[in-house]
Design a protein around this ligand. Structure first.
Ligand SMILES: NC(=O)c1ccc[n+]([C@@H]2O[C@H](COP(=O)([O-])OP(=O)(O)OC[C@H]3O[C@@H](n4cnc5c(N)ncnc54)[C@H](O)[C@@H]3O)[C@@H](O)[C@H]2O)c1
Length: 338
């Protein structure tokens, strides 16, 4: 079968290592064009793949037949680049965040749907084991009903690149927070309606936040507290899910589930009087605590999934709507920037 022809816009860290190299490995794709204002990067890509090279997206779209175009330019140009790609009738892989403004993100979704084109946002964490592991735990019902989630995606490292400047769409929220939301939002079960957040710059060189704490609540009342930080030298487990019958903690290698069976606790009713015998309530809860290894993801890798969608019409693992929802909640959190 003829391979799907691919163009890549932006040949930096993401465009080269996260797109070009893995795409080369998939026989169903053939890279035919690239675009980057840096000529030496274009030359390097032409030598690596035998493709044509251009200095900008417009030129690539005018002069290359690429059926699928990867937008891996800096975040500020994702929306305009992806909009041009879709307007030219090409399928689009777009780096995250797909847009900096919420209305721009939903406009891209509408454009892709109208033109029946694929719009694949590179939220890679939905292809990795942890998301599927947590989904399986929630769907198994062992925790009862989810009422709260806690994410602590933290560590310590300093940055001084363009991603530390607000004017470039930089900052911890657009950069790492969008990955966190891509995993978390589908687990919460309904749309986030309420948001409170504190964002600050502790140590990065630019003016954008490197430490975010946010509190979300969905329309069905599930809450999520999130820490996304590169300013914390020590932190707790990355994921915690709390349900009406127990809890889940995970560091992404292994997880612990502590829960009790349905009906394991005796019914009780309120004693609205002096505490009998001046005693606090106590009971033996029949906890079951299990350690679970995180199994490999049961889904294809990102680019293979894109190929499957284009060839067989299956739904993408990252739907454009879910990626636009990430932009919406990101912007609710960013509205607390001082
Ligand atoms: N999904 C992920 O895990 C992941 C990881 C890294 C980066 N990203 C995203 O990828 C995007 C690029 O980040 P990066 O780290 O690769 O940046 P980078 O600075 O390493 O590379 C950006 C490249 O784009 C080129 N460029 C600049 N303006 C351009 C334009 N108008 N048209 C075409 N090319 C242009 C630059 O010359 C450079 O080669 C960011 O939006 C970032 O959020 C995503």
């Amino acid at each position: 079968m003829k391979p799907i022809t691919v163009g890549i816009v932006g040949l930096g860290r993401a465009g080269w290592s996260l797109h070009m190299e893995p795409i080369i490995e998939i026989p169903g794709f053939k890279i035919v064009s690239v675009a980057d204002p840096l000529e030496e990067r274009c030359q390097e890509a032409a030598e690596r793949t035998g493709c044509k090279a251009f200095s900008c997206t417009r030129e690539l779209l005018e002069r290359s037949e690429a059926e699928l175009v990867v937008v891996a330019s800096p975040s500020l140009s994702h929306h305009t680049d992806a909009a041009q790609v879709l307007a030219a009738g090409r399928h689009c892989i777009c780096e995250k965040p797909m847009a900096l403004e919420t209305d721009e993100a939903f406009a891209l979704v509408a454009a892709a749907r109208e033109r029946r084109l694929g719009l694949f946002v590179h939220h890679t964490y939905l292809h990795r084991p942890q998301y599927h592991h947590m989904r399986a735990v929630l769907e198994s019902g062992v925790l009862g009903e989810l009422f709260a989630a806690r994410v602590c995606w933290a560590g310590f490292n300093r940055r001084w690149d363009w991603q530390t400047l607000r004017k470039n769409g930089g900052g911890q929220m657009n950069n790492i927070g969008s990955h966190v939301l891509s995993i978390l939002l589908p687990l919460l079960g309904s749309r986030v309606t309420d948001v409170f957040a504190d964002l600050r710059n502790v140590k990065d060189a630019g003016d954008a936040e490197d430490h975010v704490e946010a509190f979300l609540r969905t329309e069905t009342g599930v809450t999520a507290s999130i820490v996304v930080s590169t300013a914390m030298a020590l932190s707790g487990p990355r994921w915690a899910l709390h349900g009406t019958r127990g809890a889940f903690l995970s560091d992404e290698k292994s997880s612990t589930i502590k829960c009790f069976e349905p009906g394991a606790l005796a019914d009780v009713s309120v004693i609205d009087a002096a505490a009998p015998g001046r005693q606090y309530m106590s009971e033996n809860i029949p906890w079951r605590e299990t350690a679970v290894e995180v199994a490999p993801a049961p889904v294809a890798g990102f680019h293979q999934n894109v190929l499957d969608c284009l060839l067989s019409g299956v739904e993408p693992i990252v739907t454009p709507e879910s990626a636009a929802e990430v932009v919406r909640v990101t912007n609710r959190i960013l509205s607390f920037r001082k």
